[in-house]
Design a protein around this ligand. Structure first.
Ligand SMILES: C[S@@+](CC[C@H](N)C(=O)[O-])C[C@H]1O[C@@H](n2cnc3c(N)ncnc32)[C@H](O)[C@@H]1O
Length: 338
């Protein structure tokens, strides 16, 4: 017999398979022959898939989820494999593999949803701290708590390593209007918190944040008194821009429109939405960014995103209007003057 085969009865108890095997044996069902290597590879493979799909998941949580799934369906796995010398490559073609992957992803999704709720709880504590810091006019304290708050949103967290450089580049190529003028932030996430990173310097008169996620908007709204004290008017609009892009018509005569890490996703979901959004905008500058690394597969997508933005600008007659294009941190940024 191949050394990679052994009877499950020989597996250690703390092993996922072993635990299940003991249950099975206890149930007097049967003894199985399993590929222990294949199961290990399968667990690693499915955990890797989860990390690609949900980058917020920790490795240990991904392994825990996958081990639970594999252990739950071990009888089906063993049945599918019994008597066959199947490698992972081949097993990936099995419908059972796809089923396991789907189950693991489903569990991860619900886990992260709960995790998001925990985050909202943490957010409310940080909002209180920022308000207290502001009462003491302690800008350093405002800044450090804002950084913690930004960490709760995956998109802003990814930007934290280069956030100041990012803001400075936008400000420089929008004639200083980003730090002082009227800003429209499309699919904003937690981005409208940026003035709180340097309240003595970054003082736009107006920020309009549009997003379909009311929870992120609630976080920003919780800081309304802080914005008021800084002399920044904040307007938040909950809207599904894929379905109702025309809400952008309501915002005219503004200085800077930000469309950060949103357009390509939107275009994939609804063809033509990028052109529609650009047409609707009435701002002096438009800032578009896309990630240079894929969140899901962790691969380099710089060229793809560059091509996407350039052809969008070309179609809309804005190629000649580019005042800046370059990479800042892990984002490709284009700034156009309208
Ligand atoms: C990758 S995040 C980028 C957030 C922010 N622009 C930034 O760069 O930090 C994408 C944002 O788009 C928002 N979004 C997704 N679909 C949307 C839609 N149909 N309408 C409006 N906002 C949407 C999400 O809620 C999320 O805040």
């Amino acid at each position: 017999m191949d050394s990679s085969y052994y009877t499950v009865i020989g597996l250690p108890y703390n092993n996922v398979i072993g635990e299940y095997a003991l249950t099975v044996i206890h149930d007097f069902r049967c003894l199985f022959m399993v590929f222990d290597d294949l199961i290990d590879e399968l667990i690693e493979d499915l955990a890797g898939d989860l990390l690609d799909e949900y980058p917020r998941l920790s490795l240990s949580k991904a392994l825990e989820i996958v081990e639970t799934i594999v252990s739950k369906y071990i009888a089906r796995i063993v049945k599918a494999l019994s008597g066959k010398q199947v490698g992972l490559e081949e097993f990936r073609r099995y419908s059972l593999y796809r089923f396991l992957r789907k189950e693991a992803r489903r569990r991860a999704y619900y886990y992260l949803r709960r995790f998001k709720e925990d985050n909202l709880y943490r957010a409310s504590g940080l909002i209180r701290s920022i308000i207290e810091c502001m009462d003491r006019v302690d800008y350093e304290c405002v800044r450090t708590n804002t950084i913690e708050l930004l960490k709760l949103h995956v998109s802003s967290r990814e930007r934290l390593d280069y956030i100041i450089e990012f803001l400075e580049v936008i400000n420089k190529y929008t004639s200083g209007l980003f730090f002082s003028g009227r800003v429209l932030d499309i699919a904003c996430g937690l981005n409208p918190l940026y003035p709180l990173l340097d309240p003595s310097r970054i003082k736009p008169v107006l920020i309009i944040g549009v997003d379909k996620d009311h929870q992120v908007l609630d976080v920003i709204k919780g800081l309304e008194s802080v914005y008021n004290k800084l002399g920044i008017r904040i307007v938040l609009r909950e809207a599904d821009l894929l379905r109702y892009p025309d809400v952008l018509r309501d915002y005219t005569g503004l200085d800077v429109a930000l469309i950060l890490k949103f357009l390509h996703y939107a275009e994939r979901m609804r063809r033509g939405i990028g052109d529609r959004v650009l047409n609707l905008l009435d701002t002096k500058y438009i800032v578009i960014s896309e990630p240079t690394i894929s969140l899901v597969k962790r691969r380099d997508i710089f060229l793809r995103e560059k091509k996407f933005i350039r052809s969008l600008l070309e179609r809309n007659g804005l190629l000649e209007n580019i005042v800046y294009s370059g990479i800042v941190g892990s984002e490709i940024v284009f700034i156009v003057e309208k």
